[in-house]
Ligand binder design. Structure first.
Ligand SMILES: [Zn+2]
Length: 437
């Protein structure tokens, strides 16, 4: 190979300089590029309690990332290494979870527990047990477990350490990439953008494994804050969302238009400019169907602005926070496919409102659940109908059949459902869910 001088090694890599805050284009100055690239991963810190080995590997990765400005190949190596640390984190967390003992269940013989002091022990044991068709006991469940990445992922999900439906599909993608890194079959090059995203995803995954959701996270977001909001609409199809505090001043639009608005008070994710978590479907609010993207809780209404203000002043409701991942939706197929419904609302329906076929689906968003059920009508789309994770999307099928069958599948995962009966309230104009009875 060609021997390069120290001066040459210290010089910035022109390829790395081409990545700037606006994507790919005019070259940045080396100083600016060094700072810009490090900022991309500066805030993804690991939570307290993360195993020392995983933490050391992650910190090394962040250190090396900074050198990508000098050598573009570093980004590919960082991406590859991140995927190996993904498996290391699962192993370290598995060892903590085991607390030194793991138990296997046989089809005939009684359960057997074994002491393990390292992950090598676990792998040897798991291999032996897999040949005897024994299953690993994880709380009240058992899983097939051979100690490889696939088994570790299943263990983490069964143990309830990882959550979310969309995050599961990203875990799938990471596992495929990880296998590619371990058994490379071709040439691949990562960009600083791709490498930074992988490092950020890895930080979220590690933190979640040790019980910490990420505020504003992409994979394992912390619960979202909801505020008290007022939705209103008038006869000419205009709709608004205002914070509850805005009601203390008279409504100029209403006075000018002479067209009285209807108001409902809800708990909703507030609109924040440039936030990842704005509810683009807020104006679809409906007490019967889950037509907003994030859970929107009905509190009062409909009524006039004056009545809404009086109710708010008397009741003084407060905001809360809500986890929107892993929600269970019930979808009724009766003459046509209806929008997703909360199990509690479905439990409050009358018998003659429960006709047709019902699907119980777990998803992060109602549109994910709906798209899955619609897709599952056509075999060629790859969406499954049988219970389990859908290979074609992020939904998990819980069950389907009559209303009672779907409700039983729901109760099996959520426990008893408390029925709610809400007044029928919806905003009149709909873009995303126009087809509602
Ligand atoms: Zn699907």
């Amino acid at each position: 190979m060609e021997i390069r001088s120290f001066e040459d090694l210290r010089a910035a890599d022109n390829l790395s300089l081409a990545f700037n805050p606006y994507g790919l284009g005019s070259r940045m100055k080396p100083d600016d590029a060094a700072e810009f690239q490090q900022r991309q991963i500066a805030d993804c810190d690991l939570a307290e309690g993360v195993a020392a080995g995983t933490r050391a590997s992650f910190e090394r990765l962040r250190t090396v990332f900074a050198y990508g400005v000098l050598c573009y190949d570093v980004y590919t190596m960082v991406g590859d290494q991140a995927l190996l640390i993904y498996e290391q984190a699962l192993r370290d967390r598995f060892m903590e979870w085991s607390a030194g003992t793991i138990t296997f269940r046989f089809s005939q013989d009684p359960d057997a527990s074994f002491a393990v002091t390292s992950y090598d022990d676990v792998k040897r044991l798991a291999d032996r047990m897999a040949r005897r068709r024994a299953k690993l006991v994880v709380a009240t469940n058992t899983i097939e477990f051979n100690g490889m990445l696939h088994g570790l992922r299943q263990w983490a999900r069964t143990a309830g350490l990882l959550r979310g439906r969309r995050s599961r599909t990203i875990e799938d993608a990471l596992a495929k990439l990880r296998n590619h890194v371990a058994h490379p079959s071709g040439h691949h090059v990562d960009t600083p953008v791709g490498a930074a995203q992988t490092v950020r995803d890895l930080a979220e995954l590690i933190n979640q494994l040790w019980g910490w959701a990420t505020p504003g996270g992409r994979l394992y977001p912390a619960p979202l804050h909801r505020e008290i909001a007022v939705l209103s609409w008038n006869g000419s199809g205009r709709a608004r969302m205002e914070p509850a505090g805005a009601l203390s001043v008279p409504d100029p639009a209403e006075e000018r238009e002479g067209d009285e608005y209807q108001h409902v008070v809800v708990r909703a994710v507030p609109f924040i400019p440039n936030s990842r978590w704005n509810d683009d479907h807020w104006a679809e609010f409906d007490t019967r169907y889950e037509t907003t993207r994030f859970p929107t809780e009905y509190l009062w209404g409909p009524g006039t602005r004056e009545e809404a203000r009086a109710w708010l002043e008397y009741e003084r409701p407060e905001g809360d926070s809500v986890d929107f991942t892993d929600r269970v939706f019930l979808i009724q197929d009766h003459e046509r496919l209806l929008p997703p419904m909360r199990p509690a609302v479905a439990a409050g329906l009358l018998d003659d409102e429960r006709l047709g076929v019902w699907h119980a689906v777990r998803a992060d968003f109602p549109d994910d659940a709906f798209a899955h059920v619609r897709g599952s009508g056509d075999r060629s789309t790859g969406h499954v109908r049988l219970p389990g994770d859908c290979p074609a999307c992020s939904a998990e099928v819980l069950g389907s059949g009559s209303y009672d069958e779907a409700a039983r599948a729901t109760t099996a995962v959520l426990g008893p459902i408390q029925a709610v009966q809400l007044p029928a309230v919806r905003l009149p104009l709909s873009i995303f869910w126009p087809d509602r009875p």
